[in-house]
Ligand binder design. Structure first.
Ligand SMILES: N[C@@H](CCC(=O)N[C@@H](CS)C(=O)NCC(=O)O)C(=O)O
Length: 211
């Protein structure tokens, strides 16, 4: 059985959502990031101390996008990952990675500055610059949405799982103001049964632990 170490609304949601879409069975192992340094099983899986972590038999992996690529290659084929000969492949590959490397990673700087940095350092050059770059990169998302409903074209793919998390995270944390097209896009992707199941399951595991 595949185990995902994660949290309710963390990047583990990308992994859980993907497995819901693919029909791959899994279980979630909650990690409370506030006490992660006392969680020996989690630290043995990822000594760097961040989530998500995937455990699949002898395989242990970190990095949400790499984990998604592993799962689609290992348990596919799946229409969520267009093949290289498909015209949808280049935009798929680009937006799959832009969602984390170009957006969610950059958003972390202002987000964590906002609640972890000393008061005087909350508004800092690094955070402001990261947000400027995020705003520029979001122009690529809007350009894509001007011609197609999804990141890779007409069909929903794993690039949308990656991008939905980034946009929803930035919006929820108050560091991104969504455009009209981005808002309509999130309404489309987050209305999927797979997303609802992934969120409900992740929240239920979180609630059970908190009790
Ligand atoms: N690029 C990584 C980022 C992972 C990440 O930042 N995870 C957050 C929670 S969503 C975390 O655990 N942060 C704590 C840390 O980085 O120490 C991925 O996509 O998996």
């Amino acid at each position: 059985m595949i185990t995902v170490f994660g949290g309710a609304t963390s990047r583990s949601l990308r992994i859980v959502w993907l497995m819901e879409e693919m029909g791959v069975p899994y279980s979630i192992r909650n990690v409370d990031m506030l006490s992660a340094d006392e969680d020996a099983e989690f630290l043995a899986a990822n000594p760097a101390g961040y989530i998500p972590v995937l455990r699949d038999g002898d395989v242990t992996m970190v990095e949400s996008i790499a984990i998604m690529e592993y799962l689609m290659a290992r348990y596919g084929p799946t229409p969520l990952a267009p093949v290289a000969s498909d015209p949808a492949f280049p935009p798929y590959q680009q937006f799959l990675h832009l969602g984390e490397a170009g957006l969610a990673t950059l958003m972390m700087v202002p987000v964590v500055s906002g609640f972890l940095a000393p008061e005087a350092e909350r508004d800092n050059w690094g955070g402001r610059q990261a947000l400027l770059w995020v705003g520029n990169r979001l122009k690529l998302v809007d350009r894509q949405l001007a011609t197609s409903p999804y990141m890779a074209g007409e069909a929903f793919t794993a690039a949308d799982i990656s991008m939905t998390y980034a946009l929803e995270f930035g919006h929820r944390q108050g560091v991104v103001t969504l455009s009209e097209a981005q808002t309509a896009y999130l309404a489309r992707t987050m209305a999927r049964d797979g997303y609802r199941r992934a969120l409900d399951t992740s929240m239920a595991v979180w609630d059970a632990r908190a009790r």
